[in-house]
Design a protein around this ligand. Structure first.
Ligand code: PRX
Length: 575
């Protein structure tokens, strides 16, 4: 349902003051001129995000306020990050890391994770952040596909790798943060190596089109895809942070996302630091009290979070909010899943601020559609296209559809942070551009008469649970590795808190009987093997899962049956 009512418009003095005018006159080259670029030999995003600020009068400015679950607090200035990343870059170079090599990160949100990503960029190497909730299967897929040569992790998380190391011939070195154990030959202590290293490092200048990071994300079929981004992304990262998140020099900004997901990499590292903004990093799980205490303690002014988190805060109630002084907050944004109008209305009531939804993807590398500070918000809408972005609703032939018509959300290809490749898989990359001239997002949407975009759903089977993108195929593949399971079909079903939850239809092997204990065991198996967020919260034991004659699971049919919807064309259904 479209909400006609526009509920909030704030007088804007900074940033994107006039959306229409800026959209009309926008030119990416003008943004490119905001950078130092420094060397005729090329560019480097790490120079633009950290070193240039440390060298240009902001060396003592706080880049990161860091805190963990045990209330350990640390502060890092821009020059601290510059120095520490240079040290680590020297360590990596001594281990043989060169431009273009993949260095993967399997870390919680420790400060070393942030320093490492800068260090890797300084070398011109490619960072591969991985979510610390991943199990061995998910980690193996990523390290194997990328042929990563170095992994930075903790002793605790590295135990998950022990059983798969033999299957990763390219992996030469593991750097362990806080290692208290005896190290194997291929293991190195982060602390002792960086302590010994020189703090002077000559940044490797690269071509703007050279690779910067690779983030694996899920599609409908096959293993996760290595979506690869380049240094030139900085143009989009910089300006979208400034205009869509409204960040300014004197802000204290908190992005609640983990860098294992694209929001945490782009808007939890590059975007704020390219804008020389102080940011808060909280290394811990969601907890309403803790979250509010962070806003109060650090006087957070701009907060970027996700609908599931906001719905959880809403559930935690309004009384708890009264315990904290949240008056520092001036701008709130949300991404990753549909933001229901109810949450926006609640936000207005309790924070006295609207929540600005925005839309983008791992592949787009930056915010594409947003509710900007200078535009009225229509609750439930994702907002309007970012300047320089041409977003349209199209049909499968690339024809642009009229306002109000549902169709595919397509973007005219060619913005600076668009994915440049899918790692080692050209075919998958080309799938995004099958409709000539368009990058197809996989989402369906419509645009209203005022040019606002409204999310409708996915055009494929990809599941969005609490903002995490999960491929049904990966879950099905992991499920059938359980000894009791013969076949499995996996779909997303609607959930009021998490947008969707994962439901698995399971056919058991002979000799196994459905039981609540078996359900629990299967759930634990997936949590451990694949990822803590990717387990099926619902399991239904069934006699068979519907398949096409060629053996593909008909998830659409499972979903239609589950939700009581029309089943559509069943001509390919196996007898
Ligand atoms: O389906 C859309 C949903 O999340 C997908 C992208 O997921 P990912 O690559 O993991 O990136 C998430 C964070 C940038 C999209 O194809 N999505 C993202 N933002 C929204 C959304 N769905 C509805 N409303 C949004 N604002």
């Amino acid at each position: 349902m479209e909400y006609k009512e526009t509920i909030y418009k704030t007088p804007v003095k900074h940033g994107l003051v006039n959306y229409e005018k800026t959209y009309k006159n926008f030119n990416w080259d003008d943004i490119n001129r905001c950078f130092d670029h420094f060397s005729d030999d090329g560019v480097n995003i790490a120079h633009e995000a950290i070193d240039r600020h440390a060298e240009n009068g902001c060396k003592d400015k706080i880049a990161m306020y860091w805190e963990d679950e045990d209330n350990v607090e640390k502060r890092f200035s821009f020059s601290d990050i510059k120095r520490q990343s240079s040290k680590l870059a020297n360590v990596l170079r001594n281990l043989g890391v060169e431009k273009g090599d993949r260095v993967f990160l399997f870390l919680p949100r420790t400060h070393e994770l942030y320093v490492s990503i800068i260090a890797i960029a300084k070398l011109g190497a490619i960072a591969g952040p991985m979510f610390s909730a991943f199990g061995p299967e998910a980690v193996k897929d990523r390290l194997h596909d990328s042929e990563a040569t170095v992994l930075i992790t903790t002793p605790e998380l590295s135990q998950r790798i022990d059983e798969i190391k033999e299957e990763l011939p390219a992996l030469k070195h593991t750097i362990l943060v806080n290692a208290e154990k005896n190290l194997d030959e291929d293991e190195h202590s982060y602390e002792s190596e960086t302590n010994k290293a020189s703090e002077s490092f000559k940044i490797r200048w690269v071509d703007p089109e050279d690779d910067l990071f690779v983030l694996y994300t899920s599609g409908t079929t096959g293993k996760p895809k290595g979506v690869t981004h380049v240094h030139n992304d900085m143009i989009s990262h910089y300006i979208t942070t400034k205009w869509a998140l409204d960040l300014r020099d004197d802000d204290v900004y908190w992005c609640t996302a983990d860098p294992g997901w694209v929001t945490g990499t782009v808007y939890g590292i590059w975007g704020p630091w390219l804008n020389k903004v102080s940011q808060v990093v909280y290394n811990g799980r969601y907890d309403a009290d803790k979250w509010y205490s962070i806003i109060e303690k650090y006087k957070v002014t701009v907060w970027y979070t996700a609908p599931t988190a906001l719905r959880m805060l809403m559930k935690a109630g309004n009384e708890i909010i009264k315990k904290y002084d949240l008056s520092s907050l001036r701008y709130i944004c949300s991404v990753g899943e549909p933001l229901n109008p109810e949450v926006i209305k609640w936000g207005l009531q309790v924070y006295n601020l609207p929540i600005h939804d925005n839309w983008w993807q791992t592949e787009t590398g930056s915010i594409m559609i947003a509710n900007f500070p200078s535009l009225p918000i229509k609750p439930g809408s994702m907002g309007k296209p970012f300047p320089g972005i041409s977003a349209k609703i199209i049909n499968s032939k690339g024809k642009v559809l009229a306002p109000g018509k549902h169709g595919l959300l397509g973007l005219k290809s060619g913005w600076p942070s668009m994915l440049r490749k899918v790692w080692a898989n050209e075919e998958k990359y080309n799938e995004y551009f099958k409709i000539s001239g368009w990058y197809t997002t996989g989402d369906t949407a419509y645009m209203d008469n005022d040019g606002y975009f409204w999310f409708v759903g996915r055009a494929d089977d990809v599941i969005n649970t609490a903002g995490h993108r999960v491929g049904p195929f990966e879950v099905e593949s992991a499920l059938v590795e359980h000894k009791a399971i013969a076949e499995a079909g996996v779909i997303g079903i609607p959930d009021t808190e998490r947008s969707e939850i994962i439901k698995a239809f399971i056919v058991l092997n002979r000799g196994y009987k459905p039981s609540p204990t078996l359900k629990k065991e299967i759930q634990g198996f997936i949590k451990k093997r694949l990822a803590a967020h990717a387990y099926p919260r619902e399991i239904e034991f069934t006699k068979d899962v519907p398949k096409t004659r060629s053996g593909k699971i008909m998830r659409r049919l499972l979903k239609a049956r589950e939700l009581g919807l029309p089943t559509g064309d069943l001509s390919t259904l196996e007898e």
